[in-house]
Design a protein around this ligand. Structure first.
Ligand code: F3S
Ligand code: F3S
Length: 150
């Protein structure tokens, strides 16, 4: 079940976060659904070991969007991105393929603004969890401006 290409239309914004290491803001879209991560053996085993429950996490980012319910922490997107858009959610600032905390970790597109639209991440992700779409940049800018006014 790859990322829903229409996620901005079908989901609500459930969060707005700032990258602590830059001026970038990114949005989270929810509610999400249980998908590949909930059935992947390595992900399931690490959730069990950590005592954390597997829950729907939604889509993180807007014009570089990662469906965290489909992300199985493979990490090849981090390795492939020439401009280091992604870092590990549970190891902030770490951008190496194997720098994940464990397989409950997720690729966080905290530096969306750096994207040069090369599409490498989209092509290599084994679960097709990533959608990159220049058309969604406008949605991102509009929503960030709207939320900032509230
Ligand atoms: Fe996750 Fe796919 Fe990257 S599984 S870590 S989004 S390559
Ligand atoms: Fe990087 Fe993917 Fe953009 S590889 S440059 S985030 S299209």
């Amino acid at each position: 079940m790859p990322i829903d290409p229409n996620f901005p239309k079908k989901h609500q914004i459930t969060g707005k976060f700032k990258d602590p290491l830059s001026d970038n803001y990114y949005l989270v879209w929810g509610p999400g659904r249980l998908a590949e991560a909930a059935i992947d053996p390595k992900v399931k085993s690490d959730y069990q070991a950590s005592g954390e429950e597997i829950k729907a996490l939604g889509v993180h980012g807007t014009f570089v969007a990662v469906d965290w319910d489909s992300c199985i922490a493979d990490g090849i997107c981090l390795l492939s991105c020439p401009v280091k858009v992604f870092e590990w959610y549970k190891n902030p600032g770490e951008t190496g393929r194997n720098d994940r905390k464990d397989y409950t970790d997720k690729a966080n597109p905290v530096k969306e603004a750096n994207c040069i639209w090369c599409m490498a991440c989209v092509e290599v992700c084994p679960t097709k969890a990533i959608k990159v779409d220049q058309a969604n940049l406008e949605i991102h800018e509009k929503e960030i401006a709207r939320i900032s006014l509230n």
